[in-house]
Write a protein that binds this ligand. Structure first.
Ligand code: PNS
Length: 189
């Protein structure tokens, strides 16, 4: 019997616990799960694709049946290249449905052998998105329990890189992640 390969594609800018929950759920169902990170630098992601891949690889280091790759171009072409037939996407709420429905049908039109499978993350993560994680962190809110600690560390560094301002770490001040004007970065380009 041929090996079943699932592709879990996304921007993962950054990966959060809802994504990790979906990966956990996929693993028992497929021989291999390929986490496919979209190379979308023109959209100015907070993390370059290489760093998104690196952080996910670190988090999945003990999962022998998972691998992490980046891709650009059409997802279905990347899947052909891997010999994969199943796309896995997380469905958090009804609001996700319309976009996901369009993507699934477009992918099927582009390659009729590709099927999309939806998985619901744990209820606690049903409101979670990478966009909200970045926004909350940048405004000084805590994101513990929503992203792994290694991602929180990287968020601070990435926001410093982008703004040229220092971002207080949870241990470094009362307001985790708050951008501190004048903390070493003011006036920098
Ligand atoms: O995490 P995201 O941003 O919701 O993931 C979106 C992603 C990467 C799954 C989607 O943008 C994608 O598959 N892009 C590749 C380009 C493509 O194949 N487009 C046509 C089919 S929708």
């Amino acid at each position: 019997m041929s090996r079943t390969i699932a592709v879990y594609p996304g921007s993962f800018d950054p990966i959060h616990n809802g994504h990790l929950d979906i990966i956990e759920r996929c693993v028992p169902t497929f021989d291999e799960v390929v986490v496919a990170v979209l190379y979308n630098e023109q959209k100015r992601p907070l993390f370059p694709a290489e760093e998104r891949v690196e952080m996910i690889r670190e988090l999945l280091a003990d999962k022998t049946r998972c691998r992490v790759e980046s891709f650009s171009g059409l997802l279905v072409d990347f899947m052909d290249h891997l010999g994969a037939r199943t796309v896995v996407r997380g469905l958090r709420a009804v609001s996700d449905f319309e976009t996901e429905f369009q993507m699934a049908l477009m992918n099927r039109r582009l390659n009729p052998r590709v099927e999309t499978m939806f998985m619901m993350p744990r209820e606690d993560y049903s409101y979670l998105s990478s966009r909200l994680v970045k926004e909350v962190y940048a405004l000084g809110g805590g994101v513990d329990g929503l992203v792994p600690p290694s991602v929180i560390e990287r968020l601070g560094r990435a926001m410093e890189r982008r703004s040229g301002l220092r971002v207080a770490s949870p241990a470094g001040g009362p307001e985790p992640g708050r951008v501190e004007p004048g903390a070493g970065g003011e006036g920098e380009a």
